[in-house]
Design a protein around this ligand. Structure first.
Ligand code: ADP
Length: 580
C-alpha cells in the first residue's frame, strides 16, 4: 500500500472513529437520526443525502432524515433514481455505488433519469440485529469528484453502527411509550378506584364505570347492567341500569339470557367483539357498526353484569381499548360488590330498626296497663290478698321489670345505631347522680347483704354531660357489680380527677370475668356462661349501651377483672367548664 493510500486510510478510520463516537450518546430517535445524517455528510463529503427506515406498522420505507434536500423533493416524484437506488439497497441489504446512474444498467430502465445531473451515487443498507431496517443515500460529491469503493466501505461500516444506534433509540422510544401508557393507565385506574370506592351508592358506581369506559375508548355510547335471578329460578336476565348516549335503551330494560351475545358471554366468560352488528346481536336491539360487550366478573368467574360499548365507525375500539375496558370491569366488580353489600346491610338494618321501633312501641302500651292493674291489685284496694296471691303478684312485677329493661335497652340501641339518641349536656354535680343511683339500688344491694361505699374527693364535683345518661351508665355498672358479686360482697364507687376528666370506677369483689370472656365484653347479647351469672336476670345489652353512651359524651370506658377476685369498670366524664 502506498504511503498516500495508507495516510488516506488512516484519515478515514480516524473520521469513522470520530463520527461513530458521537453515536449512542442519545436515545432520542430524532436526535440520533440527525447525528447519523450529519456524520454521513461529514464522512462522505456528499452534497446531499437522506435516510429511510421501514415503518414499524406500515412496513414501507419512510424518509426519516435528509440533508440539503427539501421534504417535498423527497416525498414527491422528482427523485426516481434516488428512490430506486435506496429501495434496492434496503431490499437487497447490499451497498450500491454508481458514478453514472443514467448508464448503469441497474437503473437505466428508469426513463426519467435522463436530464438529472446525477454523477455519483452511494447507498448503504442499515442493518441491525440481523435485519435490514432501512438504508442511507448520498449523492454528488462536492469536491473530490466521484465516490470510490473505499467511500462505500466507509459508509457501510458507519451504517452498521448507525443502524444499531437507531434501533436502540427506536426500541427505547417504544418501551418508553409503552411504559408511559402503562403509567398513565395506572394513575387513571388509581383515580377510578378512588372514585368508585368512595361511593357506596350502586347507581353511582355503575354510571361512573360506564362514563370511564365510554370516555377512554371514544365509543359513541354504551350501557351497563347487572344480572338478575329471581327467586322462582327463572333463567337469569340482564337488567340495564345505566346508559350513556345509547339510544333506544330504557333504564330497567331487560335482556334475556338467551340473547345470542349474552348467551355466548355467559357460556364462555369472555368479552364479545362484533362488527356490523345486527339487531339480533345488539344488546339494545338496534343495529350498529361495532359492539363490544365485556362481562363484569366476581370471584370464581361468576358473571354479575355487562358493560356494552357501541361505535359507529369500524376502526374505533382497538386492542388497547378492549384491554382497558376489561380491566375496568374487574375494578367495577369490586365496587359493585361493596355497594350492593352496603345496600343490603343498609336495608337489613333499616328493617331491623323499624321492626324494633314498632315492637317496643306496641309492647309498652299493654305493659303499662298490666303494671297498672298489678299495682292496683297489690295495693289491696281491690280486696284483701292471700300470701300466695301476693307472692304471685311479686313474680309478675319482677318479670314486668325484666321486660321493661329489655324494651328500654332495645330502644336505646336502636336510637344509638340510627344516630337518634339525643344528649342534653349540661354542668351538674356528680354527687347528685351517685346519690340517685345509690337510692334506687340500695334495696336490692341490702337484699343480698352486700355493702356499697362511695369514695370521692372533698367538695362538689361538677361535670359536663347529660345527667340522665350518666345516671343510666352508673346504674348499669353498679347493678352489674351487685348481680355478679355473691351475697355479702362489697361494691365501691370511686371518683377521682384526671386532667380535664373525672374518672368514675365501680369495683366489686365478685365473680370476675375470664380472659376469654373479657374479649367479648361490650358486644350485644354477650353473657358469661357461668351458672351464677345466668342465675341473674339480664339480656347482655347493658354494657354495649354503656360504652356507646360514654363514648358519645367524649369519654372512654375500660375495665380490669380477675376471675374469683372481682372486677372494676372505669369511665370518664368531661369536667364542667368552671372546674377546669
Ligand atoms: P347483663 O348484665 O344484662 O348480662 P351486660 O352487658 O351488662 O348484660 O353484661 C354482660 C356480661 O358481662 C354479663 O352477663 C356478665 O357475664 C359480664 N359482667 C358484666 N359486669 C360484670 C361484673 N361486674 N362482674 C362480672 N361479670 C360481669
Amino acid at each position: 500500500m502506498s504511503e498516500d493510500k495508507r495516510n488516506n486510510q488512516q484519515a478515514r478510520l480516524a473520521a469513522l472513529y470520530e463520527v461513530s463516537s458521537q453515536l449512542g450518546t442519545s436515545l432520542d430517535l430524532s436526535e440520533v437520526l440527525n447525528q447519523v445524517m450529519d456524520a454521513i455528510i461529514q464522512l462522505t463529503g456528499a452534497e446531499r443525502g437522506f435516510l429511510m427506515l421501514f415503518g414499524s406498522i406500515s412496513g414501507k420505507l419512510q424518509t426519516m432524515a435528509a440533508r440539503n434536500m427539501d421534504q417535498e423533493t423527497i416525498d414527491g416524484h422528482s427523485m426516481p433514481i434516488s428512490r430506486t437506488v435506496i429501495e434496492r439497497a434496503a431490499a437487497t441489504g447490499e451497498g450500491i455505488l454508481t458514478n453514472n446512474a443514467q448508464e448503469d444498467e441497474r437503473f437505466s430502465s428508469q426513463q426519467s433519469v435522463v436530464g438529472y445531473q446525477l454523477r455519483s451515487i452511494m447507498c448503504a443498507p442499515l442493518r441491525a440485529r440481523g435485519r435490514t431496517i432501512g438504508a442511507v443515500y448520498v449523492d454528488n460529491r462536492l469536491f473530490a469528484g466521484v465516490f470510490q469503493q473505499e467511500d462505500l466501505d466507509l459508509l457501510s461500516a458507519f451504517a452498521n453502527q448507525a443502524a444499531i444506534a437507531i434501533e436502540n433509540a427506536r426500541l427505547f422510544t417504544q418501551t418508553d411509550q409503552a411504559l408511559e401508557r402503562r403509567v398513565q393507565e395506572l394513575s387513571l385506574f388509581q383515580n377510578i378506584d378512588q372514585q368508585l370506592n368512595k361511593s357506596l351508592d350502586l347507581n353511582r358506581v355503575l354510571s361512573l364505570a360506564l362514563d370511564w369506559a365510554v370516555a377512554y375508548t371514544n365509543a359513541d355510547g354504551g350501557s351497563i347492567g347487572l344480572m338478575e335471578q329471581d327467586e322462582e329460578r327463572h333463567p337469569p336476565v340482564l337488567r340495564l341500569l345505566a346508559h350513556k348516549q345509547y339510544n333506544h335503551v330504557n333504564i330497567n330494560d331487560v335482556v334475556p339470557a338467551s340473547h345470542p351475545v349474552l348467551a355466548q358471554i355467559l357460556a364462555t366468560g369472555q368479552s364479545v367483539f362484533t362488527q356490523h352488528v345486527t339487531s339480533a346481536q345488539a344488546i339494545n336491539g338496534v343495529p350498529t357498526t361495532i359492539q363490544f360487550a365485556v362481562p363484569i366478573k366476581r370471584e370464581r368467574d361468576e358473571i354479575i353484569g355487562l358493560i356494552t360499548l357501541e361505535a359507529n365507525q369500524l376502526n374505533t375500539l382497538d386492542a388497547e381499548d378492549k384491554a382497558f375496558v376489561e380491566r375496568l370491569a374487574d375494578r367495577a366488580a369490586v365496587a359493585i360488590k361493596n355497594s350492593s353489600l352496603y345496600e343490603e346491610i343498609h336495608a337489613a338494618n333499616k328493617a331491623k330498626s323499624d321492626f324494633i321501633s314498632i315492637v317496643t312501641h306496641e309492647l309498652r302500651l299493654p305493659m303499662t296497663s298490666i303494671k297498672g292493674y298489678t299495682d292496683l291489685l297489690a295495693s289491696g284496694m281491690t280486696g284483701e290478698l292471700t300470701d300466695q296471691q301476693k307472692q304471685f303478684l311479686d313474680v309478675i312485677r319482677r318479670n314486668l321489670g325484666r321486660m321493661n329493661t329489655l324494651i328500654s335497652d332495645l330502644s336505646d340501641i336502636n336510637r344509638i345505631e340510627s344516630g337518634r339518641m339525643t344528649f342534653e349536656n349540661k354542668d351538674f354535680f356528680l354527687q347528685d347522680v351517685i346519690e340517685d343511683v345509690r337510692n334506687s339500688l340500695q334495696e336490692a344491694i341490702d337484699g343480698r347483704q352486700q355493702t356499697l361505699t362511695v369514695k370521692m374527693p372533698e367538695g362538689a364535683t361538677a361535670v359536663h354531660a347529660d345527667p340522665t345518661r350518666i345516671n343510666q351508665v352508673l346504674a348499669n355498672l353498679v347493678s352489674n357489680a351487685h348481680k355478679y358479686t355473691p351475697d355479702g360482697g362489697h361494691i365501691a364507687i370511686l371518683v377521682d380527677q384526671e386532667s380535664a376528666h373525672i374518672r368514675v370506677s365501680v369495683a366489686d369483689n365478685g365473680y370476675g370475668i375470664t380472659a376469654e370472656d373479657q374479649s367479648k365484653l361490650f358486644t350485644q347479647f354477650f353473657r358469661a356462661e357461668a351458672r351464677e351469672v345466668r342465675a341473674q336476670p339480664g339480656w347482655g345489652l347493658g354494657l354495649s349501651i354503656v360504652k356507646k353512651i360514654v363514648e358519645a359524651q367524649n369519654g372512654e370506658i375500660t375495665f380490669r377483672s380477675e376471675p374469683g377476685k372481682g372486677s372494676m369498670f372505669t369511665f370518664t366524664i368531661p369536667l364542667a367548664q368552671t372546674n377546669k
